[in-house]
Design a binder for this molecule. Structure first.
Ligand code: DON
Length: 346
């Protein structure tokens, strides 16, 4: 009887240790956020179907080439931090990245000079003004704004290190390509169209130079900024760029650590503060996601540790944000539990 008891206790112990081991393994291997592929696909399809016929908004036309872009383009992509790609709609068509580029140039400056260089130079506060506001510069002489609005963004471009325009430009373009996981190219028509009509941005650059935020070559900074805004991207490229931020700066498909993981939080904080300009508060209230829009019609949003999401649809609202992209991203992220402020799914 005693012998039987000892055997029984031994077997029970073994069972308990094995169960604990299996439990530990499962917790380590399974991410805390796991959505079934079918659910992600369904969320994308539902949002695309819901908004594809929505006719609100209009293409940007202050850059003449943007007025000609097909307003019907509507593509959505999600890339998870484990490298799975989900798409719906038109993901072949490319549009110019426009202001979404500001995120990645700012990230480059943080990489080279540290996040504090951004906070110290143009600031990390919302302006409450439109993205090309002169009043926003005048209010604090070019401080206490952010790198998501044009004057702060052109200043960020001026801070990228390099001995010549070519060196700076090639570095920026290659950097964007690492986030996207493929080499990107410039839409020359959009670049020329904006370069011919960007007198207001030139004025913003000169003012930032006058107040000492841009140290030299303000018009070169403006020109490189204009070129960075003209880089062509599709919805999958944008989602991959967002997913690289969601994944601590490591591209989840190429596996390359593109930027230092320790700077990602500061990049996301600036996006959360000012990514959709004077409508950023409304956006954050709806989704909780750091995001960035561009007048080409793209929007990216980042659910840290979960996924990057992007949508492209050229018609914009009055603040310069794509109407359909905002709605689609909000629906999908909320369906997938993407809001980082929510401790329990809806
Ligand atoms: O500088 C400009 O006006 C454009 N290249 C970019 C503006 C922009 O994308 C604003 N975004 N919503």
């Amino acid at each position: 009887m005693k012998r039987f008891n000892r055997k029984f206790v031994g077997a029970a112990w073994l069972c308990a240790v094995a169960t604990a081991l299996v439990f530990m393994l499962v917790t380590v291997i399974t991410p805390s956020w796991a959505q079934k592929p079918a659910d992600i696909d369904a969320a994308l399809k539902a949002a695309h179907a819901k908004y594809k016929d929505l006719k609100e908004g209009a293409n940007a036309d202050y850059i003449p080439a943007l007025a000609k872009v097909d307003s019907k383009i509507f593509g959505i992509a999600v890339v998870t931090v484990d490298g799975k790609v989900y798409t719906v709609g038109d993901i072949q068509s490319e549009v110019s990245i426009q202001s979404i580029s500001k995120v990645f140039t700012m990230a480059k400056v943080m990489e080279e000079s540290g996040p504090q260089a951004i906070a110290d130079n143009m600031g990390v506060d919302a302006t409450g003004q439109v993205f090309n506001s002169i009043v926003a510069i005048e209010q604090y002489k070019g401080s206490e704004m952010n790198a998501m609005v044009n004057p702060g963004a052109i200043t960020a471009t001026s801070m990228v290190k390099g001995a010549s325009r070519d060196e700076i430009w090639n570095k920026i373009l290659a950097w964007y390509g690492e986030f996207a996981g493929r080499p990107l190219t410039v839409n020359q028509e959009v670049f020329k169209s904006e370069a011919d009509t960007n007198q207001r941005n030139q004025a913003l650059s000169m003012l930032m130079y006058a107040y000492g935020h841009i140290k030299e070559n303000p018009l070169q900074a403006c020109d490189i900024y204009t070129e960075q805004c003209s880089v062509n991207v599709n919805a999958k490229d944008l989602a991959m760029m967002a997913a690289t931020l969601a994944n601590g700066g490591k591209n989840p498909v190429t596996g390359k650590q593109v930027m230092k993981a320790e700077n990602v939080a500061e990049v996301l904080a600036v996006m959360a503060t000012a990514g959709l300009y004077d409508d950023t508060g409304k956006w954050l209230f709806t989704t909780g996601l750091p995001a960035k829009s561009g007048v080409g019609g793209g929007i990216i949003a980042v659910s840290p540790g979960k996924f990057g999401i992007a949508a492209i649809s050229p018609p914009l609202d009055a603040a310069g944000n794509s109407v359909r992209a905002q709605k689609a991203i909000a629906d999908i992220s909320n369906a997938l539990g993407g809001n980082p402020y929510e401790s329990k799914p809806r």
